[in-house]
Design a protein around this ligand. Structure first.
Ligand SMILES: [Zn+2]
Ligand SMILES: [Zn+2]
Length: 336
């Protein structure tokens, strides 16, 4: 069987004709299998959605209870038949509830990994390499220059800066789903026990992570209607990336703008955004993780979905692996 008969790209997204479903479609479809809750992968308006419990919950938090006509919970590691196709969700290590989707038919196995990483993340289950014939991978950081340092080291730099500038408020820009909670969890692991003020935009997802058993320690609203009640100097505040350079941040004492993102490897990006303290913390695989993962899956063929496809395709070819870019559109380059 030609793998493209089992899964191929359509304008809506990756489509499986035999099972009549799409994976992470960017337009409303009849049946969608969703890898994780980030807005470019999980959209509202599908007739039927299948995803892990956490991804379904996150979609409901973001879009309301009516985000899909019907929903089906996928249990990790449990194979489900959708028409003639076997489908199994496996952990992707990206954010809470994130999953790779394994599609199998007639002895052919394709794994669509969604977004993933291999580095440690206390907020979600680790990525599980699945042996497959075709591995579908993203390529957000698919250049050899992207090697993410251990997150604990970056958190160490944040704490050091805070010790150095105790009078200043450190505002850490962190994407609201996954990154914000991960930064907080790493801070707690580093022994930081002070209450952490959080921006209103990340509050509901922090509460959800806590409800699912993740200990984020004491959190408090970063701002209230009473502008006099700004957090004391020296606090570490967590806010969405857009907030660190806008008016919102000006109410804090001489703020240090920090930003937790894989893009912070590129100094120019940090400068452009007015980031004083770039923290290289990413929820996407770096170059080393991408190439190691492809080897781990044993795939003879690799399809590259979004990001820097060319370098990864060339690496595959040099290593005797058939590879092609899918040119899927509608996915963002780590909108963090
Ligand atoms: Zn994502
Ligand atoms: Zn993505």
């Amino acid at each position: 069987m030609n793998p493209r008969d089992l899964l191929h790209s359509r304008p809506e997204g990756l489509y499986c004709p035999k099972g009549d479903f799409f994976i992470d479609p960017v337009r409303p479809v009849a049946r969608a299998l969703i890898t994780h809750g980030h807005a470019d992968h999980a959209r509202a308006g599908h007739s039927a959605v299948m995803a892990t419990r956490e991804t379904l919950d996150i979609m409901e938090i973001r879009y309301g209870a009516e985000f899909a006509g019907s929903r089906q919970e996928a249990q990790l590691g449990q194979t489900v038949r959708l028409d003639g196709v076997e489908v199994t969700f496996h952990p992707a290590g990206h954010v809470l509830g994130s999953a790779q989707i394994c599609v199998e038919h007639g002895g052919l196995r394709i794994v669509a990994s969604g977004d993933y990483k291999r580095s440690r993340d206390p907020t979600c289950l680790p990525f599980e390499p699945i042996r497959c014939d075709v591995f579908v991978t993203e390529a957000t950081f698919a250049l050899p220059v992207f090697v993410h340092p251990p997150a604990a080291d970056e958190i160490g730099r944040l704490l050091k800066s805070r010790d150095q500038f105790p009078e200043r408020t450190h505002i850490v820009g962190a994407y609201g789903l996954g990154k914000a909670q991960r930064v907080i969890a790493h801070l707690r692991e580093s022994g930081y026990s002070a209450p952490i003020p959080i921006h209103g935009a990340v509050q509901r997802l922090c509460e959800y992570y806590q409800a699912r058993g993740l200990d984020l320690g004491p959190l408090e609203p970063a701002t209230t209607d009473d502008t006099a009640a700004a957090p004391r100097a020296g606090a570490i505040v967590i806010a969405p990336p857009s907030a660190i350079s806008d008016r919102w941040s000006r109410r804090f004492a001489d703020p240090v703008a920090a930003f937790a993102s894989g893009w912070m490897r590129i100094r120019q990006r940090a400068r452009q955004r007015g980031v004083e303290l770039p923290l290289i913390i990413s929820d996407h695989a770096d170059w080393t993780e991408l190439t190691r993962t492809i080897i781990d899956t044993g795939a003879e063929e690799v399809w590259v979905t979004h990001g820097r496809e060319e370098a990864l395709v060339r690496w595959c070819e040099l290593n005797g692996i058939v590879a092609r870019p899918l040119h899927l559109t509608g996915y963002e380059d780590e909108a963090e």
